[in-house]
Design a protein around this ligand. Structure first.
Ligand code: SF4
Length: 293
């Protein structure tokens, strides 16, 4: 028997080998103008007994499971006691379980009390993926992210304070040509303040379902970046990042036109050399074999 998922189903690239339990459906916010992921879904929380039935099913078939990802868009929005019960049941059923992760919005983190986050961390929620997109407040407003630079920094610091492994995602090209420079400078500054464990740089890709809305909400002309502009943003981002602790950097999402990775700051020069090579050899773009240090 298999889990019957409510599609579309998304997970970060690094959760490719994880078992996925869909404990919520869709995204509780669902208003970011660039995001088409859950537009076809009404946000809902799965009843606890349904989640437990699916956990029983997979535990019988794959008892060796080490990694679990809780879908959909922001499982952290669940009431703390429900999420705590799910986590406790997962660790009861999967004896080798090492990691449970989910997507989280800055808003979810700000809304949870410190005691709630502590409880969830102790119950075994280990890793959070937070889409921070940009550190520039004008861009954040134009993409209707529902978050400010300050709020994002506070939320991510809160997650780190409670010991969560933090993976942040930003989007290259989301400021268009008009805000490109400020987007990168402010994003690098924000990421440096947060100093997440992982940073993923995605590239803006507008699907048909959100294209008009994105353009309308941008209000002034949005001038999209071409491949070379995106590489310039990537170059500037890598140069400007000054995290307090090393950050494992990846640009290997399906939206990227290349696939690179390394640790900042120690691999900064190597990553810059790779980006420079890509700039001068466009035939290397869209070759998705990862180049890392
Ligand atoms: S980007 Fe994240 S928070 Fe925004 S609508 Fe999409 S899933 Fe929801």
């Amino acid at each position: 028997m298999q889990i019957v998922y409510d599609y579309p189903l998304y997970r970060p690239p690094s959760e490719a080998n994880s078992v996925i339990f869909q404990v919520t459906i869709g995204c509780s916010y669902n208003k970011c103008s660039f995001c088409n992921m859950y537009r076809t879904k009404q946000y809902a929380e799965r009843p606890l007994d349904e989640s437990k039935t699916e956990i029983d099913l997979i535990a019988a078939e794959q008892p060796w499971t080490r990694r679990i990802f809780l879908a959909d868009g922001d499982a952290l929005n669940l009431q703390t006691n429900i999420l705590q019960q799910i986590l406790e049941y997962l660790y009861l059923k999967f004896k080798n379980l090492e990691r449970v992760s989910c997507y989280a919005m800055p808003k979810n983190l700000l809304q949870k009390k410190d005691t709630d986050l502590q409880l969830l961390r102790e119950a075994g929620l280990t890793m959070l993926y937070v889409g921070i997109e940009s550190g520039n407040d004008v861009v954040l407003r134009k993409i209707t992210k529902g978050a400010t630079q300050n709020g994002i920094v506070q939320s991510c610091k809160k997650a780190k304070k409670h010991g969560f492994t933090l993976s942040c995602m930003i989007i290259l090209g989301i400021g268009g040509k008009t805000y490109s420079r400020q987007h990168i400078i402010d994003t690098a500054r924000m990421v440096s303040k947060i100093s997440p464990d992982y940073l993923a740089a995605l590239t803006l890709h507008l699907e048909a379902g959100v294209y008009d809305e994105f353009m309308n909400k941008y209000s002034d002309t949005f001038d999209p970046l071409d491949d070379l502009d995106i590489l310039e943003e990537l170059d500037s981002l890598i140069r400007e990042l000054a995290p307090i602790n090393p950050v494992l950097f990846r640009a290997n999402h399906a939206s990227n036109i290349y696939s690179i990775g390394g640790t900042i700051p120690q691999d900064r020069d190597g990553l810059l050399a790779l980006v420079d090579e890509l700039k001068h050899h466009p035939e290397m773009l869209r070759d998705k074999s990862i180049r890392r240090f």
